[in-house]
Structures are given as structure tokens and as C-alpha cells.
Design a protein around this ligand. Structure first.
Ligand code: ZN
Ligand code: FE
Length: 258
């Protein structure tokens, strides 16, 4: 099983550190918004940073890249269609990217919606979903349409159920409160609420999730389920004839949900 560990950053970001296969002292990091906690983890483990992967250009995901490159010389891989702080290998949907020094290879998904050029990486039984798929939620629509984001999420939901999902933020508990409002009586959500409270109470991440779990609890992957659809229609005060219309209503509801 691929060795992936969290480096908490800022208030609720995770920078994911991937250990190389057959090269345990070589690592890659995903979405390093801040260099300092990464440099501390490298020093603590006597680790060599070989690669930096970025899912999208927001500062809380790329803000540490320039300093990490200056200190470590790591290679940077970033989305093909977004401006990045340093020169990098460009990742586009449908391509595969190899990091030979770490024995790693990932396939790339284009997942527009949160940003126009957002990418996700998958391989070795894991998914790095950035701010597209969160556990029990999804990213805000800053640069895309509901149709685009729904298609992006549907593509990720097509991965095998056992795929471990590593996303960019610890938003799970707040997302679950919304999920239970939209999908009341869903016992998988109720079970997850309890499990997440225990984990957070111990100061541990709720992540990774899995694709199988997300399909059972995440309202943004459940726009075709009657319970979720009827909740969205009740809030909208009208029929919502398509999954994209349900999705759009859920997303705007969540934007103001407390
Ligand atoms: Zn973002
Ligand atoms: Fe973010």
C-alpha cells in the first residue's frame, strides 16, 4: 500500500507526503501551500524531496513551491492550463506522469469546476483530488459551471471503490452536517459523523476517505438519489429535472449553510 502521510498546514490544509516505492527516503509532496512544515518533515525524517505535485494554482496549494525548489531542487509537476510560480512539467487529462526516482506513476484527470484548469492524480490505489472532491463535499465553483463540476466528480467517482481519497482540506465534519441535512436518515452518514468526531477529538485527520464511502455519503455524488433530489427541490421550490440542476442547487445551498 502506498505510504502517504499528512503534513497539516494553515488552518485546515493538508500537504500530502508520498514515500517512494523501493526508495523510502525519497518523497514527493502534493499541494505544498507552505514550505516550512514540509522542510521540517524532510529534516525530521532525513528525507529527500524528489518531486512536487500541484492540483491547482490557489496560493494555499502552491505557495511553498518556490522556496521548496530553491532549497531542494525538486522537480515540479503542475496543471497544464494554470499559471504556476515556477517552471514545471505540465499535467493534462488523459496523460500519465512518471516519477522514476520514486517508482511512482500517476494518471491525470482534468477536473474543471473549482478552477478552470484543476487536475487530479490517481495511481497505486490512491487519488489526490485537491479542492475538487472533499470527503462528504466538493470545492466551491470559482471558475466553472455546475455541469463541469458534476462531470469532474462523476469521473472521479468512476474509480474503484477501494481507491483511497486524499483531498486538500479537513472539511469533513462541516460537510457531514450539510450531508445529513440534505440526505436525512442515511445511516452511512450517521456512522461517519461518529467516526469523524472520534478522529478529530484525537487530533487525527478524517482522511483518507475512499471512493466507495464517498458514493454512500457525499451529496454531490448522489444527485441522482431520490432523497437528495427531493431535498434540493424543496429548497429550490421547483422541480429540478437534471442531475446538474440538482447539483447547482446543492452547491448554492452549501455556500451559505452554517
Ligand atoms: Zn482551491
Ligand atoms: Fe484550497
Amino acid at each position: 500500500m502506498l505510504d502517504v502521510r499528512p503534513i497539516p498546514a494553515f488552518r485546515d490544509n493538508y500537504i500530502w507526503m508520498i514515500h517512494g516505492i523501493g526508495a523510502p527516503h525519497g518523497v514527493a509532496v502534493v499541494d505544498p501551500g507552505d514550505a516550512q512544515p514540509v522542510l521540517a518533515a524532510l529534516a525530521a525524517g532525513a528525507l529527500k524531496l524528489e518531486a512536487i505535485l500541484a492540483t491547482h494554482y490557489h496560493a494555499d496549494h502552491v505557495g511553498g513551491i518556490a522556496e521548496l525548489v530553491a532549497v531542494t531542487g525538486a522537480r515540479v509537476f503542475g496543471p497544464a492550463r494554470e499559471r504556476m510560480p515556477v517552471a514545471c512539467v505540465r499535467l493534462a487529462g488523459g496523460e500519465r506522469v512518471g516519477i522514476a526516482a520514486l517508482g511512482l506513476e500517476f494518471g491525470i484527470f482534468d477536473v474543471p469546476g473549482h478552477t478552470a484548469g484543476h487536475v487530479a492524480l490517481t495511481g497505486h490505489g490512491v487519488l489526490f483530488s485537491g479542492d475538487t472532491l472533499f470527503s462528504a463535499g466538493c470545492g466551491r465553483l470559482f471558475e466553472g459551471t455546475a455541469e463541469q463540476m458534476l462531470a469532474s466528480l462523476d469521473a472521479l467517482a468512476g474509480l474503484p471503490d477501494e481507491t483511497r481519497v486524499f483531498c486538500g482540506h479537513e472539511y469533513t465534519e462541516a460537510n457531514l452536517r450539510f450531508a445529513l441535512t440534505v440526505d436525512p436518515g442515511n445511516s452511512a452518514i450517521m456512522d461517519y459523523v461518529k467516526r469523524a468526531a472520534v478522529l478529530r477529538g484525537e487530533g487525527r485527520p478524517t482522511l483518507p476517505s475512499t471512493i466507495g464511502l464517498e458514493k454512500r455519503v457525499n451529496p454531490f455524488l448522489r444527485t441522482r438519489h431520490e432523497n437528495v433530489k427531493s431535498s434540493a427541490e424543496r429548497r429550490a421550490g421547483r422541480m429540478l429535472p437534471t442531475p446538474a440542476a440538482v447539483f447547482a442547487e446543492l452547491r448554492s445551498w452549501k455556500d451559505t449553510f452554517r
